[in-house]
Design a protein around this ligand. Structure first.
Ligand SMILES: Cc1ncc(C[n+]2csc(CCOP(=O)(O)OP(=O)(O)O)c2C)c(N)n1
Ligand code: SF4
Ligand SMILES: [Mg+2]
Length: 292
């Protein structure tokens, strides 16, 4: 980690003048502050960072950061972010969005991003609700909870985004809490530094549709865990920890580096050039091969 005295940037360099429109007390403020801090800790050039989101309260975040940003379509942050990183492998790419964005409408993209292992970071801001559309249940809403769309209690079982990420074999998985900025900033920094697709599940309470007591409820449940290097490599260990925990585990939960898509693609390109005697195929070559 870089020395504060040698930095080219301050935390303020990553802030924009645009004032967030989130409700007072929303957890998303904590995520925003932690992103500022982690970008500053890595002293990244703001013009060398791209933040892509879907749609939702949480997905407004790119507008408040003084980097490149794109507020896309509901559930589509991951495909756009992966495309950005493939086109610009020299920049740091973050995808951000809500639980609805990531494990409801956008769920189909999550396992495939994990399989590709493109070098980027996905931050899911989980408030257990659809905030922007005024409080419907999401796949992470606890069983039995009353919401505007389930006035007699939700009967759908709850998804755990960390267990999903484990089953998809995401190469770096962590969880943090929007109420602990220092820890969250450190986790985001570790995720960005990881070579490959990293996932940070952030518990980011919605005080408007889950109640003002949500921060207190979460604070009583969170527990920091520090798995050994050996345990970090084992998905079954991480699964068991999630499954048997009575609370909410925070920290780096699984980390198993493997070749990234970016590197594999370069190797395939080199091999293809090799079989063609180091020449890039021309359009005529393709036409001859496929339309003889
Ligand atoms: C294709 C499409 N379907 C539905 C919507 C309506 N919509 C906007 S945000 C949202 C859910 C937001 O929940 P989440 O992703 O958890 O974000 P939050 O607002 O809670 O941060 C929905 C259903 C939309 N904008 N586009
Ligand atoms: S509705 Fe909830 S998630 Fe949206 S800004 Fe307000 S507190 Fe945050
Ligand atoms: Mg949500």
């Amino acid at each position: 980690m870089s020395d504060a005295t040698e930095k080219n940037h301050t935390v303020g360099d990553y802030k924009r003048d645009l004032k967030p429109v989130w409700c007072t007390g929303c957890g998303d403020y904590g995520v925003l502050q932690s992103i500022y801090r982690s970008l500053n800790a890595m002293d990244l050039e703001p013009e060398n960072v791209g933040i892509v989101s879907g749609i939702g309260c949480s997905s407004r975040l790119p507008g408040y950061v003084n980097t490149y940003g794109f507020n896309s379509v509901h559930g589509r942050a991951l495909p756009l972010a992966q495309g950005l990183r493939l086109a610009r492998p020299d920049i740091t790419v973050l995808a951000v969005g809500g639980d609805g964005d990531g494990v409801s409408i956008g769920m189909g993209h999550f396992p495939h991003a994990a399989r590709r292992n493109i070098n980027m970071t996905y931050i899911m801001m989980d408030n257990c609700i659809y905030g922007l559309t005024k409080g419907q249940t999401s796949p992470t809403t606890p069983l039995g909870d009353v919401t505007v769309s389930t006035p007699y209690g939700s009967v759908d079982t709850t998804l755990d985004p960390v267990q999903l990420a484990l089953s998809f074999n995401v190469s770096f998985i962590a969880r943090a809490f929007a109420g602990d900025l220092k820890h969250l900033a450190e986790i985001i920094e570790a995720a960005v530094r990881h070579e490959g697709f990293s996932f940070v599940h952030v518990i980011s309470p919605c005080v408007t549709y889950r109640g003002m007591g949500e921060f207190k409820r979460v604070r009583e449940l969170v527990e920091k865990v520090f798995p050994s290097r050996t345990d970090l490599l084992h998905r079954t260990v991480a699964f068991a920890r999630e499954e048997h925990s009575d609370g909410i585990n925070l920290g780096i939960l699984y980390c198993h580096p493997r070749p990234t898509y970016d590197v594999e693609l370069d190797e395939i390109s080199a091999r293809s050039l090799d079989t063609r005697n180091n020449t890039s195929p021309s359009m005529e070559d393709f036409l001859d091969e496929f339309m003889p």
